[in-house]
Design a protein. Structure first.
Length: 248
């Protein structure tokens, strides 16, 4: 039952899979498993899309690189579902645009506006509001607060373009209540909801570290965190995701 892109078999992935975009972050997450990277099993490395399975606090858990953008995470999500994954948590970075959202903050998404092509393809262009699973999302919020982190909770935007040239882009989406912009969640939520509607016990959620903030006065990249500061901030996010994902 090996998939085209995830060269793994049924049972190689745990029911809970964390989905970072970056293979280096996937390796970092595996280092936080019980026994570290040495005790984790590499279940996929095809095309550099690293995937590991191990345990966290004695419970099975996996991490799988999703790549950047909805076309990439769509492939990974569909194949993970074929391989038995049932709890999918995107763990990544995001550009903050909402009032009070600052670099190193945590955002927990309740929904993801689909300003991307892959999601529109899945729904034949119909209007849709892709949402995260409520129980898994609530678990992320509770786990963050238990660690002394007060996350921003609300809608985000999934976009196709990282360097967007539209000068009205940020104020337009801020005025609509969007907290931050990223590039994967809408497709993940759509595919998980489709599986749930088909009778599968599939849940998806998204927790993000704010890597930079965007405004009318700043070009993208001007406020981007140095890599060491970003790694420290994402470690908190990862631990929250592991705690929450294993509780639902």
């Amino acid at each position: 039952m090996s998939q085209i892109h995830l060269r793994a078999e049924l049972g190689d992935y745990a029911p809970l899979v964390l989905l970072p975009g970056d293979p280096n972050r996937a390796r970092r997450i595996a280092e936080l498993f019980d026994g570290g990277l040495q005790a984790s099993r590499l279940v996929n490395e095809h095309r550099g899309m690293l995937g590991y399975t191990g345990t966290y606090q004695g419970q099975p858990v996996s991490v799988q690189t999703s790549g950047m953008g909805t076309p990439s995470i769509s492939i990974v999500t569909e194949e993970l579902l074929n391989l038995g994954a049932r709890r999918l948590v995107r763990v990544g970075t995001t550009g903050g645009i909402g009032p009070g959202v600052r670099a190193t903050d945590i955002v927990v998404a309740t929904s993801a506006t689909p300003a991307d092509g892959a999601t529109r393809t899945y729904v034949d262009g119909d209007p849709i509001a892709p949402v995260a699973d409520f129980e898994l999302t609530r678990a992320l919020v509770d786990a963050a607060r238990a660690q002394g982190v007060d996350p921003h909770v609300g809608p985000i935007l999934t976009a196709d373009v990282f360097y967007n040239p539209d000068p009205d882009y940020v104020p337009k989406w801020r005025s609509r209540g969007i907290l931050s912009v990223e590039m994967e969640a809408a497709a993940l939520f759509t595919l998980a909801s489709r599986a749930y509607a088909a009778g599968q016990d599939v849940r998806a959620a998204c927790i993000l570290t704010v890597s930079d903030t965007m405004s009318e006065e700043e070009d993208i990249g001007e406020t981007y965190l140095p890599l060491d500061a970003l790694e420290q901030a994402t470690d908190v996010m990862i631990k929250v995701a592991l705690e929450a994902g294993l509780s639902v």
